[in-house]
Design a binder for this molecule. Structure first.
Ligand SMILES: Nc1ncnc2c1ncn2[C@@H]1O[C@H](COP(=O)(O)OP(=O)(O)OP(=O)(O)O)[C@@H](O)[C@H]1O
Length: 598
């Protein structure tokens, strides 16, 4: 997790963020200009006030006063318009930058290898792409540009005060070092509490993402109360982190108010004292220059103007710093180079000859999950993988798809090492149907084509007819335009399976990889699924993680895996003949008890 660095601004990181500003250079420059303009405009009001009092009110010059009031109104109008454009532009700049960053991060996440997701909770990635990105938008809307504007304003006010009357300015500003010190202490204190808040947001997101995805498990096992208690705990930590940061605010703001009052007190005391003594002096020496009521009024307005940004400066620095933390986290994801290497460029038509030569594979280090795997399937043949849970069946299909790299050996398709194929092309020729069908909250048609514009509605319907699912789809309200809602919750498991078969069919792959579902469905759907599987496998090389006896019996070859090793290999009849063989035992356990004849 990214740490808040000691530095107020990490320039290198800021440079990377600014890289995203490049396309919006004009907006940035105009925003910066408007910020400076606003600082200058803010100074005009107190000056006009001074002129109004000293030059017109005191001498009863009504028309002069009206003129100043008109100037004040004009200044206010210009300031309001400038403020509108500045707010609008800085916000839209921030939003445009994070939109681009979000595109980059989504693009990058979708290219990452599956093993990255094995280690990274989904909630963390959601936090990166949503709330961490928002903090970057704040760099522009509330951070960088407005800090520059505020600082400019503070410096300009102090210069203005000193130029008007340096003695009055110095006395009025006596509490300033104290103010800067307390601002610094506040900024430091709130920095760590902000980081806590971000950490707990990520935890809350992770918890919610997992629990909403797994809601059915919670309800099946009636774990609502226990999970609620866990949620309360995560929620309370988030609340505590927020309360801690609010607590610092509740101390800081009264301190600033006290210091402001002290400044005003000093100003009134010393200013009025000087007005009186300057009046006496001017009576003696006819000295026209001295402190006037207008000067004191101007100083009061300037002090108000000075304290407003200072009150917010610590906050804005933190906003900037949190934006930096967000940027750091996001760039860490963007810098993750756990992307499947795509060195190969072969896109030659694939017939479907698959060979595993002495293949060894481990997810981590040398904890071999597959050991010395050898097999050869000719185009059009079907290989059934059987074995106990954890034997390595899914891993075999994962490495064929190049989701993970093998440790030793070689996998070839049509005699060419799979690494030499362009990875997207290779995967487009291998249709993989997994047990847990994932459906997006979209129409049936889009779930089948996966929004591939090259797949026409006619092709979708033809594929659906092929696998025998057309009738059931047509019975749904809206047919192919029926919205399946999130994760296909509105379809039965069998129907979702059929959709996934059409998805595979429509891509017309050379190789079919199928993890047969174990969930039982009604007899009618079961028959539909069996027919669909037969249709899918027709004329294609197929590797099936087989659970159905019918599929196993039809396979040209069965490989029995155990603890990542091939224990037996042959046809159904050949394997059954091996006395005390693994397959024989598996068969007796899984199928024969149901009284099915060999
Ligand atoms: N992403 C992963 N990271 C680390 N280890 C994994 C991962 N996926 C699977 N494994 C491990 O690899 C081994 C083989 O798992 P695999 O999923 O290939 O088995 P399987 O035969 O398909 O089992 P099942 O029939 O239960 O799906 C298991 O010991 C499992 O714990």
């Amino acid at each position: 997790m990214a740490e808040v660095t000691g530095k107020a601004i990490d320039w290198k990181l800021l440079g990377r963020v600014m890289h995203y500003v490049k396309p919006y250079r004009r907006t940035f420059v105009i925003s910066a200009f408007l910020t400076v303009l606003l600082a200058v405009l803010a100074l005009i009001q107190p000056m006009l006030m001074q002129r109004a009092v000293d030059n017109h009110i005191v001498v009863n010059d009504y028309y002069g006063l009206v003129f100043i009031v008109c100037l004040m109104i004009a200044q206010l109008v210009i300031q309001t318009i400038a403020q509108y454009f500045q707010t609008f532009m800085t916000n839209s700049l921030g939003e445009s930058v994070i939109r681009d960053l979000r595109i980059d991060i989504f693009n990058h996440i979708t290219a990452l290898r599956l093993r990255y997701f094995d280690k990274t909770p989904i909630g963390v990635l959601i936090t990166r792409t949503v709330s961490d990105l928002e903090t970057i938008a704040d760099i522009f809307s509330e951070g960088l540009i407005s800090i520059i504007g505020d600082m400019l304003l503070v410096v300009a006010i102090i210069i203005c005060m000193l130029a008007e009357d340096w003695k009055l300015a110095l006395i009025t500003l006596i509490p300033m070092p104290l103010l800067f010190a307390s601002t610094y202490i506040f900024k430091e204190a709130i920095k760590s509490s902000f980081q806590d808040v971000r950490t707990h947001v990520a935890q809350l997101n992770t918890f919610l993402a997992e629990h909403i995805s797994g809601i059915s498990i919670i309800q099946y096992f009636a774990r609502e109360d226990q999970e609620m208690r866990k949620f309360n705990n995560v929620n309370a930590k988030y609340r505590d982190a927020n309360i801690r940061s609010n607590w610092y605010y509740s101390i800081f703001f009264p301190v600033v108010e006290i210091l402001f009052s002290v400044c005003i007190g000093l100003l009134v005391w010393y200013g009025c004292k000087r007005i009186l003594s300057d009046e006496q002096l001017s009576q003696i020496s006819a000295n026209p220059k001295g402190i006037t009521a207008g000067t004191v009024l101007m100083f009061i307005t300037l002090l108000n103007l000075l304290f407003r940004p200072i009150r917010q400066l610590a906050d804005k620095f933190n906003t900037l710093q949190m934006g930096m933390v967000g940027a750091d986290r996001i760039f860490k994801v963007l810098d993750t180079d756990d992307i499947a290497p795509n060195n190969g460029n072969y896109t030659t038509p694939i017939k479907g000859d698959i060979q595993f030569k002495d293949v060894w594979f481990a997810y981590n280090d040398e904890n071999w999950v597959l050991k010395n795997i050898n097999f050869h399937i000719k185009p059009g043949e079907t290989l059934a993988l059987v074995g106990a849970t954890g034997a390595g069946k899914s891993s075999t299909i994962n490495i064929l798809n190049r989701f993970y790299e093998i440790g030793k050996g070689e996998i070839t398709v049509d005699g060419t090492n799979i690494d030499d194929y362009e990875v997207g092309y290779l995967r487009s020729r291998i249709a993989t149907v997994i047990q847990d069908v994932f459906l997006f909250s979209d129409t049936i048609a889009n779930n089948i084509s996966l929004n591939n514009p090259n797949i026409t509605r006619e092709q979708i319907v033809a594929a659906a007819k092929d696998v025998g699912a057309h009738d059931f789809i047509m019975r749904l309200p809206g047919g192919y335009d029926y919205n399946v809602m999130e994760r296909g919750a509105t379809l039965s498991a069998g129907q979702a399976q059929l959709i996934s078969f059409i998805r595979a069919m429509v891509y017309d792959p050379a190789i079919l990889v199928l993890d047969e579902a174990t969930s039982s469905v009604d007899t009618e759907t079961e028959l539909l699924i069996q027919a669909a599987i037969d249709k899918l496998m027709e004329g294609r090389t197929a590797i099936v993680i087989a659970h159905r006896l019918s599929t196993i019996q039809k396979a040209d070859r069965i490989i029995v895996l155990d603890h990542g090793e091939i224990m037996e290999s042959g046809t159904h009849q050949e394997l059954l003949r091996i006395e005390n063989g693994y397959y024989r035992k598996l068969y007796d356990l899984q199928f024969n008890s149901a009284g099915i004849s060999r």
